[in-house]
Design a protein around this ligand. Structure first.
Ligand SMILES: Nc1ncnc2c1ncn2[C@@H]1O[C@H](COP(=O)(O)OP(=O)(O)OP(=O)(O)O)[C@@H](O)[C@H]1O
Length: 246
């Protein structure tokens, strides 16, 4: 549950103080895939940072899901940039986020296999293609068995073929390793293809404008015509809020 009553930034130099988030309310069900879609600069990253606990300077309350037996919630975070440590191999990048769990090696091996990275497990990230780096970042996020997975435009600025493969891999991972997902994107098609629920955010100070369950069967991952039709229908009936998204 995310309740952000107010998140403001103080004035810095010539930039005036401003409110980035206000009256934001969102409750996700456990295991739900929620896409948050909004215009550039509306406060998506600010909101995710609050949810992740990276920013505690706000008014409100965030309650995160926690798996039975865990003292505190475990989060995965996938950023626009894969943020792999360049001086660590792919395998080491995954091992670093684990705390010596008994099955750590098995989990790493399984995820490298699922992401088709077994052959490059001992390579450094700088030697990998952009797509491989993104796959390694996805593997690292899932290897911790997150209670909540935060994704901040993880497939932005990729060529469409690579982005499409990564979306399909993400859905495969999520089906095999269910977790609650908050996925931020500018891309309405991507949101419709991936998510159970679509949350449309306002211009700043951001709040939830529209919150709807996506009424398409899950087979939509391979049915781009259905996604396109659904998107056109949404744009047609939702009015000016959706026009921002093109
Ligand atoms: N540390 C900061 N100090 C001051 N203002 C900030 C800071 N971080 C973000 N902002 C401002 O808060 C607003 C929301 O920024 P944020 O990065 O959350 O938007 P966003 O929706 O993620 O943008 P984009 O889609 O372009 O990534 C913007 O006006 C931004 O300039």
């Amino acid at each position: 549950m995310i309740e952000i009553d107010d998140k403001s930034f103080a004035a810095v130099g010539d930039a005036p103080a401003h409110r980035a988030v206000s009256g934001f309310r969102l409750t996700a069900r456990r295991g739900e895939f929620v896409a948050m879609v909004g215009p550039s600069g509306c406060g998506k990253t600010t909101t995710l940072n609050i949810v992740a606990g990276l920013d505690s300077d706000f008014q409100g309350n965030v309650t995160l899901p926690t798996a039975p037996g865990r003292a505190r919630p475990v989060l995965g975070y996938v950023f626009q940039n894969p943020r792999l440590l360049p001086w660590r191999t792919v395998h080491e990048n995954l091992a670093l986020v684990l705390n010596g769990e008994a099955d750590a090696e098995d989990r790493i091996v399984a995820l490298l296999e699922a992401m088709d990275l077994t052959g490059v497990r001992d390579q450094y990230p700088g030697r990998l293609s952009v797509g491989m780096q993104r796959r390694a970042a996805l593997a690292r996020a899932f290897v911790v068995k997150p209670d909540l997975l935060l994704m901040d435009e993880p497939f932005v600025s990729l060529d469409e073929q690579t982005a499409r493969r990564l979306r399909l891999l993400l859905l495969d991972l999520w089906h095999a390793r269910p977790t609650t997902v908050l996925f931020v994107t500018h891309n309405l098609r991507e949101a419709i293809q991936l998510a159970d629920r679509l949350v449309l955010l306002s211009a700043p100070p951001t709040r939830v404008l529209t919150d709807l369950v996506i009424g398409l069967p899950r087979s939509r991952r391979d049915d781009e015509a259905a996604v396109e039709e659904y998107r056109a229908e949404l744009l047609g009936r939702a009015g000016p809020a959706f026009e921002l998204l093109g």
